[in-house]
Design a protein around this ligand. Structure first.
Ligand code: ATP
Length: 208
């Protein structure tokens, strides 16, 4: 079984996230992609504006809609594996991958990330162990170049576990969407329909 962890803030989940997951699912014949919103993102302290429950509900809606619209055999599953820790600790990917490895020891594990996240690898907790725990799928993102990874100082063995997928060119971010949504724009061009509906019904991201 080939399983990818796709962590993020997902505030909100957008069509770029789905494009990343679809491209990875196809290129790596994945059986399952776990979309896991982070309760507390260690690299974005204080930046999340929306509750974990709302973000998990939006991710669930996005996964369901995407699966309905696709003939792919890959399951997109919203996961609460990175729910907020009652101790207040941030959610670290190294812990999540450890847990997944224990839960599904027979799986080939992938960590799925966009180029911007991968280029910040040295800021992640325990980068060496992260690269040992899973294969990595790194997807292109407009504005971030994967041409030169020398700043990451990867060993040859680590580099062999990193798979670049440079076919996605979807210029969207949750930050941009939050700004548009705050003005009352529904941003339906960049949001899955079910996510746009959830945002409208729960009055999320509106200023004032
Ligand atoms: P924000 O603008 O709030 O920082 P974001 O749009 O980067 O959010 P996240 O939820 O933080 O979204 O991203 C989760 C993962 O998806 C990260 O690995 C990120 O690199 C990747 N990702 C998000 N949007 C894209 C995109 N348009 N193209 C490629 N990768 C993306």
């Amino acid at each position: 079984m080939r399983v990818a962890l796709f962590g993020g803030t997902f505030d909100p989940p957008h069509r770029g996230h789905l494009a990343v997951a679809r491209a990875a699912a196809e290129a790596f014949a994945l059986d399952m992609v776990f979309f896991a919103p982070a309760g507390r993102q260690p690299l974005k302290p204080g930046m999340t504006v929306t509750s974990f429950d709302d973000r998990l509900a939006m991710v669930t809606a996005a996964c369901e809609e995407s699966m309905q619209q696709s003939t792919s055999r890959t399951q997109f599953v919203a996961s609460s594996i990175d729910a907020p820790d009652p101790s207040g600790e941030p959610n670290y990917t190294v812990t999540t991958l450890d847990t997944l490895r224990r839960q599904i020891p027979e799986a080939t594990l992938y960590n799925l990330v966009g180029a911007d996240s991968f280029l910040a690898l040295r800021k992640w907790r325990e980068p060496e162990r992260l690269l040992a725990l899973a294969e990595w799928i790194v997807v292109s993102r407009p504005g971030y170049s994967l041409a030169d990874l020398s700043s990451l100082n990867l060993t040859a063995r680590e580099r062999s576990r990193v798979h670049l997928l440079e076919t996605v060119h979807y210029d969207v971010s949750s930050t941009y969407l939050r700004e548009r949504l705050a003005t009352g724009d529904s941003a339906r061009d960049l949001l899955p329909d079910a996510v746009a509906r959830y945002i409208r019904e729960h009055h999320l991201y509106r200023e004032g």
